[in-house]
Write a protein of this length. Structure first.
Length: 143
């Protein structure tokens, strides 16, 4: 539970559980999410939910940009009930948008299996992953 805003890469490679962000989140949140749920009550940064697997995300605000292979779906009645239950447990009623405002973001599953006919999609995803690795290496080297 994050009571305010979350920085870049919140929930990166999440393996399970629920990450509830009461505010906004930075770029690349949910990157390569394996499993679990990410709930963002506010807005997201760029490349949101990039290259995810089984993670399911819900966003109550504006999505700046979806990541590679991320698609928006309408939450089911059961998922809306889960959001209501989660908010009742962790947030005051005025601390989140109405349930009807939430969008569901899931993996489009195009990146799960390589198909040479989809090379452009794979190339874009690999370039983002390469940029992320190079950025992480610079951070480690500069410390």
């Amino acid at each position: 539970m994050i009571h305010g805003d979350a920085a870049a890469r919140a929930g990166i490679s999440i393996k399970g559980g629920t990450l509830l962000i009461a505010g906004n989140c930075g770029y690349m949140a949910g990157f390569m999410g394996q499993k679990g749920t990410i709930i963002v009550c506010g807005d997201t940064g760029e490349a949101f939910a990039d290259s995810m697997y089984e993670t399911v995300c819900f966003v109550g605000g504006h999505i700046a940009e979806l990541g590679n292979d991320a698609v928006i779906e309408t939450p089911t009645a059961a998922e809306r009930a889960m959001l209501e239950s989660t908010f009742a447990q962790y947030l005051a009623p005025q601390a989140h948008p109405p349930i009807s405002a939430f969008k569901k973001v899931v993996a489009g599953r195009k990146l799960w299996n390589f198909d040479k006919r989809e090379w452009k999609t794979w190339r874009e995803a690999l370039m983002i992953h390469w940029s992320f690795i190079m950025c992480a290496q610079r951070v480690v080297v500069n410390r």
